[in-house]
Design a protein around this ligand. Sequence first.
Ligand SMILES: [Mn+2]
Length: 220
Amino acid sequence: MVKRVAAIYDIHGNASALDAVLSEIENCHVDAIVVGGDLAWGPQPALVMERILSLSGNVYSIRGNADREVAGRYGAEQGLDDWIAEINQWCSDQLTEPQKEFLQNLPESVTLNIDGLGQVLFVHGSPRSDEEAIRKDTPDSEIAPMIDSVSQDIIVCGHTHIQFDRTVLGKRIINAGSVGLQSAARGACWLLLGPDIDLRETQYDYRHAADQIRLWCTHG
Ligand SMILES: [Mn+2]
């Protein structure tokens, strides 16, 4: 049983957003961090991997679709568009072999028993696929077959980059949102669990972050 857990999903190679969230997490006295997949696909793959791999304490990482694609250098052979293939391969080139092996070998889910909440299942997309989307407005009938073999009462997911908290067929489904590639929010979104469920958004200087990335891309 753990008391408080931070869930950080879809960091997508944004080191500034990750740093902002990690420093806020330090003040929350969590017992564990769940890293919910799609870590490296983005502008700063190596920085993000270094940060994640140097975290101390209980860290449970799960694999997202983009981690699979970066680690495996997915390209046109896998039916991807050219620009996605190019990003996968560029990100892959930024990482060391051990970093890629780490991504490749991550489990697809983790379950934690959290004080006040019980058994919580963490997945990237849906419980049956790392690239299946569950959104705020996905019809219950579409979600039903995705969750019918799940025994836990609470499911935490990501992948679609917008936070929500809804109940479908008796299961509470929470999307942690995205730390680094937000679709709706300005800040870095994540989730604090135990004993409550707290959808968090950490503000950071995204203009400065973008400048840093541009500088780095221009001058290597
Ligand atoms: Mn994803």
